[in-house]
Design a binder for this molecule. Sequence first.
Ligand code: BGC
Length: 721
Amino acid sequence: MDWVAKWICPNTELGEICPVFEKEFQLNGDICKANLFLTALGVYEAVLNRERVGEFVLAPGWTAYRKRLQYQQYDVTNLLQTKNHISITVGKGWYHGRMPGWGGSPVQKELQENPVGILMQLEILYCDGRKEIISSDETWTVSESNIRFSEIYDGEICDALFQDLDKKPVTVFHGPFHTLIAQQGEEVREQERLTPVQIIMTPKKETVIDFGQNLTGYVEISIDAKVGEEIVISHAEVLDSEGNFYTENYRGAKAIYRYFCKEGKQTCHAKLTFYGFRYIRLDHFPKNPKPEQFQAVVLHSNLKRTGQFRCSNSLLNRLFENIIWGQKGNFVDVPTDCPQRDERLGWTGDAQVFIRTACYNFDTEKFFTKWLKDMAADQGENGRIGHVVPDILQNPKASAAWGDAATICPWELYLAYGNSEILNTQFDCMKRWIEYIGSTTTDPYLWIGGEHYGDWLGLDAASGSCKGSSREDFIASAFYAHSVSLVIKAGKVLKKDISNYELLYQNIVRKFRETFPEYKTQTECVLAIYFGLADDCMTTAKQLAEMIHAAKDQLQTGFVGTPYLLHVLSDYGYEELAYTLLLRTKYPSWLYPVTKGATTIWEHWDGIMENGEFWSKDMNSFNHYAYGAVGDWIYGVAAGICPVEEHPGYQYAVIAPKPDVRLDWLEASLETRHGKIYSGWRKQDNIWRYEVETPVKTKVIIAGKTHEVTKGSYVFYSEIK
Ligand code: BGC
């Protein structure tokens, strides 16, 4: 892309007000093609001749801005006329936002020193072959837009009446060109609309609208109003035990939308920010609200849905829906921990925990490929991987299981989509992560010391701590082994010399076994088995099953152990116990939140406790996808559709369903790059009847028996034991 455009910004300080950049221009002749190239330091909305340009909300998206800034290309051929007017409004977005909520980000501080500016180039090809370029330069004007405030956490204020007649010249500034890249991720777009399920008058006499679903986006309001009438809405995920509107878990995020009306009929919504919510409170509303005046507009990255699931248990079906909604709500250009409180950051640990489930549910290849490039761009010189990507925290120390996203995520993408290019692009980043561990540990073959999140939110945590009781050196060393094993696997695919990693791996495994001969927690057992570190996996699985029984059939694992827990049980003959954990409805369990009305996955197993009170005020998200990682066991073991290392991307499939008598039927399907795989089972006349459909050669394993089949639909039976 050859840029002739210049970066422009306001020539005066506008404070909190969002600037609008404008230009009028004339064209002469019939237009054959017109492409608009646009980016901003902030988030923009462009309007050409009264029509919104494109569908990307929160463009240009969030990247490691100091290294990579996306620009978008829009075909605007049909929007142009002889006389044209373009306006581009820019909000703080992620670039200038006050992220993270607890402050102190060196990166944000550096970014905030840059002005709120835009770069636009419109390339026109006339039908007679002439070319013309209209671009941002000194001839543009800038003024105050009617968006008086917009910020990621705090929300937006719009005054529909406001019109700035004082259009000022812009300033041309030295904005970034060397970091510009064409759009790589999926665009964030409006995806669906939900209508209110009820309007509630709470005990505190507040008017609250319930959309019935925790989601990410904004509310669109239609109103017939008088000039200057005011609408103020607040957002919340839950009501408290008394039924009152509850916002404490948003912490510092104000999440307000405020709108001053013009005369007559109008529709409004936030334009340059988003909210995570199920409920809104009408803090000010001119008239009696009617449900038809409100729509919740769901925003997320434009991902194609690929996985489906249903079974005879309605709570499990709702859990699955919650996993899907957790993904929708947190896949807003970057995979985030949560979409509501003053975080909304690309936590690497959360992403690695959930990625396999994410790849079943939706086609996330492009989405994660972009994010992994940001990870590589933000990687420290010593190979350090940030706790979050884009890495605005710049913590000098990486954490095990968070930084390991560097190896786990590319490998999972490769397994799901079969494209070795992702390994190729990330290989250097993967290797450098291993080097980082080597440089920071005090033992060459274990990861000893450092600062880690441990088995985050494990239930075996000491009182008052968020870290489960699994030993940090144990977890860090186990992930060290796992990451090295993934570098070896990736290296083999890429045909690289990986002999030194093989040697390192053998040494880590040897040293691990010497140093950690015993497993003290559920998570320690899980990691030892899943990462192939236990001498005797069968015995360790037995120990794990006994620990679970001793805990009254309850899981105690946190972020680190939970994703693999059911897998290690079912891999070693304890599938009945795996189902017991999955189908359990009492706390702690996946279904407990469902019984409490959850519509997304909670950060804590008991975000709302049995007595109706909240787990805590400040660490209690109700839309945190991490524990939704159980989705991959549902697809991969219960339905039995799982990726095969030797044949990534389902070029060849293995379908090995594992039914359980507590369910009458279960089915799942996956739209792969080679076509749709379906697997279902049901009880029929006291036997299991399985149906399988595959687009490729497949190994079907039913009750331990293997059947090799080719493309087609098949029925199998097995005894109910
Ligand atoms: C986030 C998590 C994250 C964690 C680090 C939290 O505040 O919400 O999901 O992984 O910090 O332990």
